[in-house]
Design a protein around this ligand. Structure first.
Ligand code: NDP
Length: 449
């Protein structure tokens, strides 16, 4: 990670002091500020009017109690969050995460990243994020519904098609978006499709939204590979996780001729040299809500299961970390480099630790940071908003063509910005600077607000 410009040191010090204990937020801010020295050296006016300080402070942070009754009649209490980070470019936009590890610091890190990611898409969306420490694992469908209804009973007053438009993230898929939308509709008496994205196809959702983050991450990685005359065809690929992003990363990588040999969940990973059977994976993960162990049990002659093992020890050409933050460490990165990895595309948000990113950069591995590589999800959410606003619905082919074009242009914007700032091939710098410049220009135009 580059040393921090001396003008930016007090900005980081202030963030650390005012957000004590929020390590993930500190990590995300440190990473972005590390790229901004190059911008303020060239354009010192970006450091004026406390613009960077304002970017590091969310516009609004909402924390609320979420009481609900479980199937045994016990009252449960969770904590809900929505951090509305920056609305210079459009309504706040970003997902909701339901996972026991969620704290205010988690949501702030994700919201901060979202601001730059959304700017990079070139679409009219600001940045925000939300969630709860609710753990959906092992909960019945009725419990998930009651939780979502209680969550929306508070959240509804803060969101809206022109204000703040949540979507899914870890633990929040089409089922949860359905319960949230149903409650919003009931409370407000409005069929306001544009208030949430990731909806089902029969009630205002967009084709390709489910596939978008994974497909987009593969498109972005493919563009990086093309700069070296490479492609997915015939490559060995490891994808961590087995949720929404992972499944559609595997699907697109396979469509492009790649062989995905391993995937995981938080209990362990499965290794199958002949390639993951995607239909079976979908059946177990999407329909049965099962574990990756069940996948291995269904393929006893070809698949091996490693309980709690390290998926990044599996040798591959392309690594796509698609589960969660800081899942790929410096040690893992060294192992991947030793085993000949040529490209890493982050499907998850901040899955590689700063040490891991340094290892990849120093080894000359193509590295696509999450805020660029996984922006296809939010970009397709913006396409969903566009279809909702015009009461239209596009075909799968049209929507996928738009997604592919958006990912190509995000790649080219990052690459061109890296070149402009004297760091060719550095997609981390390219993404941070290109995202920053777009938000910063809008903030300057809107004045000190
Ligand atoms: P899902 O809930 O669908 O899947 C998450 C997957 O990651 C599961 O396999 C889960 O395993 C695993 N996982 C979660 N937490 C951990 C952990 N602490 N350790 C190991 N494995 C873990 O989520 P998504 O696929 O939607 O999200 C995955 C990542 O992609 C997140 O970083 C998210 O922020 C990012 N992302 C998602 C977008 C989207 O459109 N959904 C858009 C852009 C980024 P288990 O079932 O055992 O918990």
């Amino acid at each position: 990670m580059p040393p921090l410009d001396e003008k930016l040191e007090p900005v980081l010090d202030d963030v650390l002091r005012r957000n004590a204990g929020e390590d993930l937020f500190h990590q995300a801010v440190r990473e972005v500020l590390g790229s901004l020295g190059a911008v303020i050296a060239k354009h010192p006016d970006y450091a004026e009017a406390a613009l960077i300080e304002r970017l590091c402070e969310p516009e609004r942070q909402i924390i609320f109690r979420v009481p609900w009754v479980d199937d045994t009649g016990q009252v449960q209490i969770n904590r809900g969050f929505r951090v509305e980070f920056n609305s210079a470019l459009g309504p706040y936009k970003g997902g909701l995460r339901f996972h026991p590890s969620v704290t205010l610091g988690t949501v702030k890190f994700l919201g901060f990243e979202q601001v730059f990611k959304n700017a990079l898409t070139g679409m009219p969306i600001g940045g925000g994020k939300g969630g709860s420490d609710f753990n959906p694992r092992g909960r019945s469908d009725a419990e998930v519904m009651r939780f979502c209804q209680s969550f929306m009973t508070e959240l509804y007053r803060h969101v809206g098609e022109y204000t703040d438009v949540p979507a899914g993230d870890i633990g929040v898929g089409e089922r949860e978006i359905g319960y949230l939308f149903g409650q919003y509709k009931r409370i407000t008496n409005r069929y306001e499709s544009g208030v949430l994205t990731g909806k089902g196809l029969t009630w205002g959702g967009s084709q390709v939204r489910k596939e978008a983050t994974g497909y987009g991450a593969v498109y972005f990685t493919e563009e990086m590979l093309h700069t070296r005359g490479e492609s997915f065809d015939g490559k060995r690929i490891v994808v961590s996780g087995s949720g929404n992003v992972s499944i559609y990363t595997i699907e697109k990588a396979q469509q492009l001729g790649g062989r995905v040999i391993a995937c995981s969940d938080s209990d362990g990973f499965v290794l199958e040299e002949t390639g993951i059977d995607l239909a079976l994976l979908k059946e177990i993960k999407e329909r049965r809500r099962g574990r990756i162990l069940h996948y291995a049990e269904a393929r006893p002659s070809t698949a091996a299961y490693f309980s709690g093992g390290r998926i990044w020890d599996v040798a591959c050409d392309i690594a796509m970390p698609s589960a969660t933050q800081n899942e790929l460490t410096g040690r893992d990165a060294r192992e991947l480099v030793k085993n000949g990895v040529i490209a890493v595309g982050e499907g998850a948000n901040m899955p590689c630790t700063p040490e891991a990113v340094n290892v990849f950069m120093e080894a000359g591995v193509l590295f696509g940071p999450g805020k660029a590589a996984n922006a296809g999800g939010v970009a397709t959410s913006a396409l969903e908003m566009q279809q909702n606003a015009s009461r239209d619905s596009w075909t799968f082919e049209r929507t996928e063509a738009s997604l592919a074009e958006i990912m190509r242009s995000i790649h080219n914007r990052c690459a061109a910005t890296a070149d402009e700032y004297g760091a060719p091939g550095n997609y981390v710098l390219g993404a941070n600077v290109a995202g920053f410049v777009r938000v910063a220009d809008a903030m300057r135009a809107l004045g000190v607000v």
